[in-house]
Design a protein around this ligand. Structure first.
Ligand code: NAD
Ligand code: DAU
Length: 355
């Protein structure tokens, strides 16, 4: 079996659902169930013996030691993290705790477990760390996309904490020989994403007739990848990636935020017209994110050339599926968008009056 951490979050849940559609190999899912973790995302696996869920922290060394000894996974895929840049600006501590200290404890547990394995199992073992393009910092308009050798220059507490975890993972290979792999991926979108992130937030607000808050001038650029393509890239790297290497993963799809939001509005106009008028009437420019990175772009040629992965979904097909999924799953959205979520909206948007 494989151990997946953070499997009740957006990408982790998509990864487990895709994995169990394609394989019979069981998954042990260790997730702390923070505000971002949602067991309902995995409800379709209820009663499926191939999915074993354990609520817990990657930083709980005793728990992880017990789980490794009891389940003997052949690989660990580490998704668990605090993942939202705006939250890291309001409160960085959880990011340091999980992304840095938590990853450190997980690596220590993995190292102890791996060192005690018989030689054949030791050779086959993998620790795959899921990371982000944000570790490379921000690009200017004419700069070449990030490659695997672009120096790290993280700008937010979130990206700095992910960069620190990437460095630890690298060091555990270099120093101890732990068979690690790292992926650095661009912005994901798709089903099951928590509606604090741009695309699901815009879908939810638009369907409620609420303002669509665009930070700054709306011209910050991100490189968008449909989540199932990211999951396929991770499976590819786990299968065939060269130990100790990092692989950039991206969609070759750079777009400014305002274009993304206008696309979402146009799809909602088509799929669920609002009698009050086009959804784009709700666009509202608000105070910018502090330290807002201007542009990310991923050069994904290495994973294509060496491992044969490329995205299957275009942005047009992926965003259409995504908007459809949210409209068809409003109960999921409404349930996650209660309680703590409302407190978050107050914290993040109250002092961002329209500009
Ligand atoms: P998410 O916030 O939706 O989910 C994170 C999950 O981790 C949640 O289920 C949460 O409960 C769990 N978790 C948090 N702290 C934990 C801890 N200490 N122990 C165990 N579980 C814990 O995040 P996501 O968007 O699914 O991102 C998953 C990973 O992919 C992260 O490492 C993130 O940095 C990386 N990533 C995300 C994107 C993106 O666009 N979302 C892009 C590139 C890389
Ligand atoms: O690049 C990969 C990263 O992408 C991941 O590592 C992070 O986990 C993930 O959250 C994402 O980070 P971003 O900061 O790019 O994503 P977010 O959805 O928060 O914002 C996308 C862009 O939209 C960004 O330029 C900020 C802008 N934005 C966001 C929100 C929430 C707005 O204009 N308004 C908003 O309300």
């Amino acid at each position: 079996m494989i151990l997946v951490t953070g499997g009740a979050g957006f990408i982790g849940a998509n990864f487990i659902l895709d994995w169990l559609r394609l394989h019979d190999e069981p998954v042990l899912n260790l997730d702390k169930l923070t505000y971002a973790g949602n067991p309902e995302s995995l409800a379709s696996l209820a009663g499926d013996a191939r999915h074993v869920f354990v609520q817990g922290d990657i930083g709980d060394r005793a728990l992880v030691d017990r789980l490794l000894a009891a389940h003997r996974p052949r690989a660990i895929v580490n998704f668990a993290a605090e993942s939202h840049v705006d939250r890291s600006i309001h409160g960085p501590e959880d990011f340091i705790q999980t992304n840095v200290v938590g990853t450190f404890h997980l690596l220590e547990a993995a190292r102890a477990w791996w060192m005690a394995l018989p030689a054949a199992e030791q050779a086959a073992f993998r620790f795959l760390h899921v990371s982000t393009d944000e570790v490379y910092g921000s690009l200017g308009p004419g700069d070449a996309p990030f490659t695997e050798t672009t120096p790290f220059a993280p700008n937010s507490p979130y990206s700095a904490s992910k960069a620190a975890s990437d460095h630890l993972v690298r060091a555990y290979h270099h120093t101890y020989g732990l068979p690690v792999l790292t992926t650095n991926c661009s912005n994901n979108y798709g089903p099951l994403q928590f509606p604090e992130k741009l695309i699901p937030l815009m879908i939810l607000n638009a369907t409620r007739g609420q303002p669509l808050p665009i930070y700054g001038d709306g011209m910050n650029v991100r490189d968008w990848l449909y989540v199932s393509d990211h999951c396929a890239a991770i499976r590819t790297v786990l299968d065939r990636g060269q130990v100790g290497e990092t692989y950039n993963v991206g969609g070759w799809n750079e777009m400014p935020n305002i274009a993304i939001v206008n696309t979402v509005c146009a799809l909602l106009d088509e799929m669920r017209p609002d009698p009050a008028g086009p959804h784009a009437r709700l666009l509202t420019y608000v105070k910018d994110r502090p330290g807002h990175d201007r542009r990310y772009a991923i050069d994904a040629r290495k994973i294509d050339r060496e491992l044969g992965w490329k995205p299957a979904e275009t942005f047009e097909s992926g965003i259409r599926k995504t908007v459809r999924w949210y409209l068809d799953n409003m109960q999921w959205v409404e349930r996650v968008a209660s309680g703590e979520y409302r407190n978050w909206l107050d914290r993040n948007y109250a002092d961002r009056s329209a500009t």
